[in-house]
Design a binder for this molecule. Structure first.
Ligand code: NAD
Length: 317
C-alpha cells in the first residue's frame, strides 16, 4: 500500500486521522470515575524524539519514577540503538522498547501506536517531543514540529480515548519558550512553536477531556543543553539573525535536559487540560496565564481612547 500523504494543515485527508478526529470530537459523554492520585506506576508511555536530549531525559525520568514501560520513537536509527541499550541496561530489558519512525508519517505512527497498545494492553501517556530547530530546512521543520504534533495528538486520542479504544490518558505536547515569546532570529521555528501551543490549548478543552478522558497540555522548555542548539549559525535564514537571537537570549541560563524531565514528572498529574507550562533556567515549571478575551478588549479600548486624546491635544497645540 502506498504511504499516506497528509496535505499539511488545511484538510485532514487521511482516513486514519479523520477516524481519530471524528470519533472523539463527536462523542457526547463517557462515564466519569472518581479522581485518584496520579502516579506513573504501571503506566505505559510513548516518547517521540526519545533517542536524545529532552526526550531521552523524559523517558529515563519516567522509568525512574515507576513507569512500567516506554516505547521511544526516533528517526535516528543509530542514536535509537544506543539510547535503547542504555535504558535497558539501567531499567531492564522488558521495560524499554524502541521504534524507528518519522513522526510526520501518519501510517508509520499508526502502526507503532496500535502495536504498542496491543502489546501492553493500552497506552497511558504520549509525549510529542520530536522536533527540530532549523529555519533553513523549514519544510522539514514544519513537518516534524507541526505535522508530527498533530499526528501524535490525534492518534493518541484514537488509542487512549474512552470514546474509542482506550481508557483515558495524557498527551504532552512539547513546545518551547518560543511558543509564547517570538525569537526574531528564528521566525519559522517561532511559527511552529506558536502553532503547537495554539493547537494544544484548543484541543486541551476541558469539554473534550470530559468526553474522552484524555488530558492534553503543553510543556515548554527554555534554552536547554542539547544537540538542537548546536551550529545555530547554520540554521538561521539570515546571518544577522543568530546574533540577534543570542542577544535576546543573553540573560537565559542553559538548563540541563534532566531539569525539563523532572519538571514534567512534577506537573504531569496536576496540569489542567489545555494548560501551558514553562520550564527554564534550571528551575521548577510554572503555568502560564493567558488574558481572557474581555481583558484583551479592555486593553485595546484603553489604547484607542489614549490615542484619541493624544490626537485632540496635538490639534489643540
Ligand atoms: N534544546 C532546547 O533549547 C529546546 C528548547 C525548547 C524546546 N525544545 C524542544 O524540545 C524537543 C526536543 O529537542 P531537543 O532539544 O532534545 O533536541 P535533540 O535534537 O537532542 O532531540 C530531538 C530528537 O528528535 C528526533 N527527531 C527529529 N526529527 C524527527 C522526526 N521527523 N521523527 C522522529 N524523530 C525525530 C531527533 O533524531 C532527536 O533524537 C523539540 O521539540 C524542541 O523543539 C528544545
Amino acid at each position: 500500500m502506498a504511504l499516506l500523504k497528509l496535505k499539511p494543515f488545511l484538510k485532514i485527508n487521511s482516513p486514519i486521522l479523520t477516524k481519530a478526529l471524528t470519533r472523539n470530537l463527536e462523542a457526547t459523554s463517557i462515564e466519569q470515575s472518581a479522581p485518584q492520585k496520579f502516579t506513573l506506576d504501571d503506566k505505559v508511555a510513548v516518547v517521540t524524539g526519545g533517542a536524545s536530549g529532552i526526550g531521552f531525559a523524559i523517558a529515563k525520568e519516567f522509568l525512574k519514577n515507576g513507569l512500567l514501560a516506554v516505547n521511544i520513537l526516533d528517526i535516528d536509527k543509530r542514536k535509537l540503538l544506543t539510547s535503547t541499550r542504555t535504558l535497558k541496561q539501567e531499567f531492564g530489558e522488558d521495560r524499554v522498547i524502541s521504534s524507528e519512525v518519522d513522526v510526520a508519517d501518519a501510517e508509520q505512527m499508526d502502526n507503532i501506536l496500535r502495536n504498542t497498545s496491543v502489546d501492553f494492553e493500552g497506552i497511558d501517556i504520549i509525549v510529542n517531543n520530536a522536533g527540530v530547530l532549523d529555519d533553513t530546512n523549514w519544510e522539514n521543520q514544519l513537518d516534524t514540529n507541526i505535522r508530527g504534533s498533530v499526528i501524535g495528538t490525534l492518534l493518541g486520542m484514537q488509542y487512549m480515548a474512552k470514546t474509542s479504544s482506550g481508557e483515558g490518558g495524557i498527551i504532552v505536547n512539547i513546545g518551547s519558550s518560543m511558543s509564547i515569546t517570538p525569537a526574531c532570529g528564528f521566525p519559522i521555528h517561532t511559527l511552529t512553536q506558536f502553532g503547537i501551543a495554539g493547537f494544544t490549548r484548543a484541543l486541551g478543552s476541558s469539554k473534550l477531556y470530559e468526553r474522552t478522558g484524555v488530558k492534553i497540555f503543553g510543556f515548554c522548555p527554555g534554552l536547554t543543553d542539547t544537540n538542537a542548539l548546536k551550529q545555530l549559525e547554520e540554521k538561521a535564514i539570515n546571518h544577522n539573525f543568530v546574533g540577534e537571537f543570542e542577544e535576546e537570549m543573553k540573560d537565559v541560563n542553559l538548563q540541563d535536559p534532566v531539569n525539563v524531565a523532572k519538571g514534567l514528572v512534577e506537573v504531569l498529574g496536576d496540569a489542567q487540560p489545555g494548560s501551558i507550562w514553562i520550564v527554564e533556567n534550571n528551575k521548577s515549571p510554572f503555568e502560564l496565564e493567558f488574558p481572557k478575551i474581555i481583558e484583551r478588549k479592555k486593553i485595546e479600548r484603553e489604547e484607542t481612547q489614549q490615542s484619541a486624546t493624544d490626537t485632540t491635544q496635538a490639534k489643540a497645540q
